[in-house]
Ligand binder design. Sequence first.
Ligand code: HEC
Ligand code: HEC
Ligand code: HEC
Ligand code: HEC
Ligand code: HEC
Length: 555
Amino acid sequence: MIAFPHRPKVGRLRVRLVLGLLALGLAIAPAAGAPTGGDPERGERLYRRYCAVCHGSGGRGDGPNAAFLEDDQPRDLTDSRYFARLSDEHLYRVIADGGAAIRGSRFMPPWGRTLSPAQLRDLVAFVRTLSMKSPLDGPPLTGALSGSALAQELGCPVCHRIGDLEPVAVGPDLTAEGSRVQRAWLVRFLKAPHPIRPAGHQPLWRSRMPDFRLSEEEVASLAEYLMSRRHEAPEPGPGSTPPASLTQRGREVFRQYACRACHTSAGTGGRAAPDLDGVARRLRPGWVARFIEDPQAIDSLTPMPNLGVDAAAARAITTFLFAGAPPRAEPPPDAGAVSKGAVLFADLGCAGCHRDEGAEGRKDIGPDLSGAGDRLKPEWLSEFLVRPTTIRPWLAGRMPGFRLTEAETRALVQFISDLKDDAAPPLPERLRFRGLIPAASIEVGRRLASREFLSCASCHIGGEPPEGSPEEWAPDLRLSADRLNPDWIVRWLRDPQRLAPGTKMPTYFSDESSGPEEILEGDEERQILALRDYILSLGAPGGAPEGAPTAPPRH
Ligand code: HEC
Ligand code: HEC
Ligand code: HEC
Ligand code: HEC
Ligand code: HEC
């Protein structure tokens, strides 16, 4: 055990110990904000946002960014022997002033300008708990894939009511997107959004910008609208070419502040933040300089720390980042497209995920998923989540694609399938589906559904366009067999108002004498089963009515 290979480590430990004691000595007279009395629970939330990307969700120094830091590995914060020797003052100082304060790695950023003394104390309290519990104590912070946590992190409740799951803003603030990005980049991004922030906008959350299958015209109006949203601050025009010396100075300052701890530049560096090689094609120089100087002044929740870069240094770094590729001048906004874009932005539910000063209260963009486990078939659900299709072509909102992984899809399907309406009375045995669809029953159902009797096609799309305005249309019944649980169809036909209060779907079978007398001797229950069998037959191969066109395309 006490073999040579351990020697260097012991030596390093001793150096650390000496440094630690030194720091202790320096901290004999604690300054304002003595590092005691922090709240570890608040500290944990801060830790997830700012620290876990390097130190790992369980504190073991194995965050997703650690692999890119080469020799400057983040400290394992669960090392109880190491941390027992460090005082709270030392921890406070290293978190506030960064690795430089202990003559350690500059890849440990200083957080003292980003977080308040109270927040730093909360972090000290939380970091302490990491080395106090045994490795077997409880799951890591961002552990297993739970369907409800995943749904919340992806922003599903932003558009859907899902039981009592709270919607949270999961995307960047777009209030001044026009002062931030270049139009050409924005258009490309909206057409095919892909992750720009490798650790996510909320670090280590699974949030991502979904694909809305936008048309060219929709992309153009949304881009116009977002470009029209600007800060008051005037954007300096493309001035004269900056001197080469400024670029050189920028390169030096960039190195000095260890920006590469989080950002990739020229192919090396961290993956906790956007690749800075792309900045010249994506962002506007005025915004970049202001952001480097004080990121929280622009977006209070951004995980980018304020590193204390002054205005001149920020300008030098910006010049370096834009060297050789100043952004092109852009045409003035087109007022018509701007107002169309504003409407789209609201109707598509963009404001739900993106904090937005002007946005009103919550609006349900998609269907209520509260009892969706009773309604939807798991096989259909998993197809739909991976490749969403249009079911309600009259809605402006649409279900976006999230590029879900297989594991995520499985977790979400499980979660939605478990969303059951527990208050619903169980369906009597005689009304349950037994897997057989008798031809005679289908025929009776077809007659019942026809214009002669209940006239389902007056609202449901399918064959000819239904009567009335699109707001009164209902889903194509030919999709039901694949999509809906047969027993749910029966419950729906018996009492649609109970399942969807306020729905326009009529209650045909409210009491024992409401069904047509001339069919099945007026027996409501058998009529409902016949309608169910008819609906299920529509989805079967060859079951669709002859020559029926598919659902009308969107737009
Ligand atoms: C970009 C990666 C990165 C981020 C983000 C980061 N750290 Fe670190 N941290 C490091 C590195 C690297 C070290 C090792 C420094 C050394 O020992 O030279 C370290 C060391 C530490 C230490 C040990 C100091 C010591 O005396 O050995 C503590 C405590 C710490 N970090 C806390 C935090 C907290 C709290 C946050 C979030 C507010 C945070 N770190 C964010 C990279 C990071
Ligand atoms: C389910 C949540 C969600 C919805 C809904 C959503 N977004 Fe996003 N959006 C995100 C996330 C998360 C990001 C960050 C992506 C990244 O960094 O990889 C993002 C990024 C963006 C960006 C890039 C911002 C920047 O400067 O980096 C733009 C522009 C944008 N969204 C526009 C829209 C528009 C327009 C809509 C509506 C059509 C919309 N978003 C709807 C979650 C959402
Ligand atoms: C602790 C990690 C960390 C360090 C250190 C850091 N950044 Fe960042 N930076 C981020 C994160 C995370 C984002 C994305 C934040 C967001 O979009 O709100 C970001 C965003 C940026 C952006 C905007 C990029 C884009 O494409 O949207 C620029 C420019 C930038 N940082 C420059 C710098 C410079 C220059 C330094 C060094 C002075 C630096 N950063 C140091 C984490 C860091
Ligand atoms: C930007 C808004 C938006 C977001 C975010 C969103 N959805 Fe949807 N979703 C919709 C709309 C609109 C529909 C209706 C589509 C239609 O009928 O054509 C829908 C339909 C659905 C349906 C089909 C329900 C039915 O009865 O037909 C399911 C299931 C669903 N969404 C699940 C999810 C899940 C899971 C998430 C998160 C990963 C999510 N949605 C995020 C807007 C959204
Ligand atoms: C007055 C218009 C109207 C008529 C007539 C009508 N429905 Fe509906 N139906 C609706 C609406 C609207 C919905 C969508 C429910 C909702 O989301 O509120 C619906 C939903 C359904 C659904 C669930 C579809 C799905 O994919 O979620 C079934 C099944 C259904 N109706 C069957 C029928 C049958 C069978 C008839 C004829 C006996 C019929 N409907 C007649 C308006 C109508």
